[in-house]
Design a protein around this ligand. Structure first.
Ligand code: IPM
Ligand code: MG
Length: 369
């Protein structure tokens, strides 16, 4: 068994708390001999800013390059509200995505049967929901140049950013979406704003051509992003894979996450291109943020971090059996009505972060026999 190096970047607020529970899952796999993991730990976001004056150091980037996968927590909090824009915690994550070349972000929105009642939509609209959002992650308006804030002669300011996508950037993310669709229901809905933005016109052309040339077995539809937001709350189950750009993906993935009943449940994976030596950069993080309001009180839901860990097992380490074990354990815990505060059911007392971790480990042990 080859040893896999994992860089753990827990981040801020509830990040380190939920990460402890994810680490317990990995330690268990080490202990039972199912895996051989080695861990490095690093600071990112506000924690890195406090220690080093920057949300991401060159050393951390080096550690990321040297690792087989990065397990990421969450970053940010009101403590860093006054920090210079460039040095804000969020920038640590954006720089890391860029440095690792993580152009593809996969955000599943899945409704766990036991949690369908926690959705803000009617049960029948979300029961069985299983959408995969494929978000472009290192291009578009998040990184486009020119950008900045300029002072105006009238004493006001003008803030500006650039939305731009080139053919090759669209192609590589579209390939990811089409390939994924083939393993699912073979339907991709590509989302843009081609009625207003030239970047959307190119996006639409490139995705259509790619589909016609290489993926005739996959159904491709196009939707404007405003309509997509509306359709997601109207009939979310119409979607299989949603392919979209960086900004639209940011917005739609929060929306889709909420449909599922809890942001605290959803994992995500980000990938770069496969290198010549066969290695592919991968980073795994929960969709939820750092939840400063409940930090340090053993209240956070560790399941999204734990499910991000199972995505890492599945995608970076090809450990489908172990990933299934973790996911089945989470399902079992939910079906026993063990819930943290964010997903608590009527008449059930919420458990804390650590107790949720205990429950998952107990189920893993039971399921593994
Ligand atoms: C996300 C977050 C980030 C983003 C922030 C923290 C920079 O909202 O991962 O969705 O906008 O990409
Ligand atoms: Mg977001």
């Amino acid at each position: 068994m080859t040893t896999k190096k994992i860089l753990v970047l827990a981040g801020d607020c509830i990040g380190p708390e939920v990460m402890v529970q994810a680490r317990r899952v990995l330690d268990w796999l080490n202990k039972t001999g199912a895996a051989s993991f080695e861990f490095e730990e690093g600071l990112v976001g506000g924690a890195s800013y406090d220690a080093h004056g920057t949300p991401l150091t060159e050393d951390t980037i080096k550690l990321a390059h040297a690792s087989d996968a990065v397990l990421f927590g969450s970053i940010g909090g009101p403590k860093w509200d006054g920090v210079d824009y460039d040095l804000r915690p969020e920038n640590g994550l954006l720089r890391l995505r860029k440095a690792m070349g993580l152009f593809a972000n996969l955000r599943p929105a899945i409704v766990f049967d036991a949690l369908a009642g926690a959705s803000s939509l009617k049960n029948e609209l979300v029961q069985g929901l299983d959408i995969m959002i494929v978000r472009e992650l290192i291009g578009g308006i998040y990184f486009g140049e020119p950008r900045g804030i300029e002072e105006l002669p009238d004493g006001g300011q003008r803030g500006y950013n650039t939305q731009a996508y080139a053919t090759d950037e669209i192609l590589r993310i579209a390939h990811v979406a089409f390939d994924l669709a083939r393993k699912r229901d073979s339907r991709v809905c590509s989302v843009d704003k081609a009625n207003v933005m030239e970047s959307g016109v190119v996006w639409r052309d490139v995705t259509t051509t790619l589909r016609d040339e290489s993926y005739t077995d996959v159904e491709l539809s196009h939707m404007f992003v405003d309509n997509c937001a509306m359709q997601l709350v109207r009939t979310p189950k119409q979607f299989d894979v949603i392919l979209t750009d960086n900004l639209f993906g940011d917005i739609l993935s929060d929306l889709a996450a909420m449909l599922t009943g809890s942001l605290g449940m959803l994992p995500s994976a980000s990938f770069g291109a496969v290198a010549e030596d066969g290695r592919q950069p991968g980073l795994y993080e929960p969709v939820h943020g750092s939840a400063p309001d409940i930090a340090g009180q053993n209240l956070g839901n560790p399941l999204a971090q734990i499910l991000s860990t199972s995505m890492m097992l599945r995608y970076s380490f090809d450990m489908a059996k172990e990933a299934d074990l973790v996911e089945n354990a989470v399902e079992a815990v939910l079906s026993k009505n063990i819930r943290t505060g964010d997903i608590v059911a009527d008449g059930v007392a919420a458990v804390g972060t650590t107790q949720m971790g205990d429950a998952v480990l107990e189920e893993m042990a039971a399921l593994a026999g």
